[in-house]
Design a protein around this ligand. Structure first.
Ligand SMILES: [Fe+2]
Length: 370
């Protein structure tokens, strides 16, 4: 990648392709105390009020800087490095490559908690691993009631739902969700009926005295890629058909239509939803439904297969942070008469983890996000 000048124009050159940079784009990025607030990096002018026919009067390019003067009497000196950065994705969370994993995964991404961790390099590393693997476990987190809310708010902000700021996971009489029983919970994603679906779930173990009650995780990304490779027709239909997810309680009716495997604008993996107690497939032609049901059965079989699932027991003080758009979670059965099992859960969204990660990157002067 490099910047070149030709006929009083600025060009950006990358892998054999050469594109002119619009003069207005450079004018908009004009630096200096009269134009940009140093602390916030916010503009002190409104670019929509500038004249449109901005032209370059003079240009000077050195190893480090591009100096430009414009026809409205302004001038700027921009670090070449900063221009190139805008054309690369090194600052983008998407540049952190997901690592596919299955039941053979041994590294459970454990990080020991301390009170200052939120501003430490350790948190930066933990968040990078969160984006690589979709989960991370903090150990020795104080087991005070609702400490997880403090934890969540130290990364970003709790995403409050109709269940409140946080929820308690323990068996209770007349539960409104299977999570509040001692029955096994098959791998699922949480709250597919919300719009948007909570991005990250935090589960904090306060007590776990029972023999069973193991936590389970499955990488939805790995399973999706496997399905795409081995069963392309199933993959296709699950990425195309929007199904209805709903949750009805005595005072709320939540509903959202979405694909079981959602792709981004470039056709790449974005999100999985799987909660076979809450999905309603739309009425389609019989043949299409036939294919859809086969596809749903296959992905369910893969999600529930030993090949993809990891199992581990959360100890008091363990705090699991998992990507609810990528991973499925569940738990094995336990006997409530053996003792207490008490977990607290809450949600945060990606702006929390991204915001914290980028803040730490800036703080420690890291060049790239991995
Ligand atoms: Fe859940």
């Amino acid at each position: 990648m490099k910047i070149k000048l030709e006929n009083n124009k600025v060009f950006f050159e990358n892998k054999g392709s050469k594109k002119e940079i619009h003069p207005f784009w450079l004018r908009e990025r004009i630096d200096g105390v009269n134009f940009v607030d140093k602390g916030t990096q916010q503009r002190l002018f409104d670019p929509t009020t500038l004249k449109k026919n901005i032209e370059i009067k003079n240009l000077k390019l050195s190893n480090e800087f591009l100096e430009v003067s414009f026809n409205d009497g302004t001038k700027t000196k921009i670090l070449i490095h900063n221009i190139l950065k805008e054309f690369s994705n090194v600052n983008d969370i998407k540049s952190i490559e997901r690592i596919k994993w299955n039941s053979s995964l041994k590294n459970l991404n454990n990080y020991e908690f301390n009170n200052n961790i939120f501003e430490q390099k350790k948190m930066y590393e933990a968040l990078i691993n969160f984006y690589k693997f979709g989960f991370v476990i903090f150990k020795k987190v104080p087991t005070e009631n609702d400490f997880l809310v403090k934890f969540a708010n130290s990364i970003g902000s709790v995403r409050r739902t109709n269940f409140g700021e946080f929820f308690n996971v323990k068996s209770k009489p007349n539960p409104n969700d299977l999570a509040y029983t001692s029955l096994p919970l098959a791998p699922h994603t949480d709250n597919p009926y919300r719009n948007p679906v909570p991005c990250i779930q935090i589960l904090h173990c306060i007590e776990n005295e029972v023999k069973g009650g193991y936590s389970t995780l499955v990488d939805g990304y790995t399973v999706t890629e496997e399905l795409k490779k081995d069963y392309p027709d199933f993959y296709k239909i699950l990425t195309e058909i929007k199904v209805r997810y709903q949750f009805i309680d005595k005072d709320i009716f939540l509903e959202n239509w979405a694909e079981m495997i959602q792709l981004d604008e470039d056709g790449n993996f974005k999100q999985v939803r799987f909660s076979p107690r809450l999905d309603f497939v739309p009425l389609m032609e019989k043949e299409k439904l036939e294919l859809y049901y086969s596809a749903r059965n296959k992905i369910s079989e893969l999600y529930n297969s030993d090949k993809f699932r990891i199992e581990f027991k959360l100890a008091p003080g363990d705090l699991l942070m998992m990507d609810n758009h990528r991973l499925l979670h569940g738990r094995t059965e336990y006997n409530a008469n053996e003792g207490n099992r008490f977990l607290q859960g809450c949600y945060i969204d990606y702006d929390s983890t991204e915001g914290k990660l980028k803040h730490l990157k800036k703080k420690f002067n890291y060049e790239v996000l991995f």
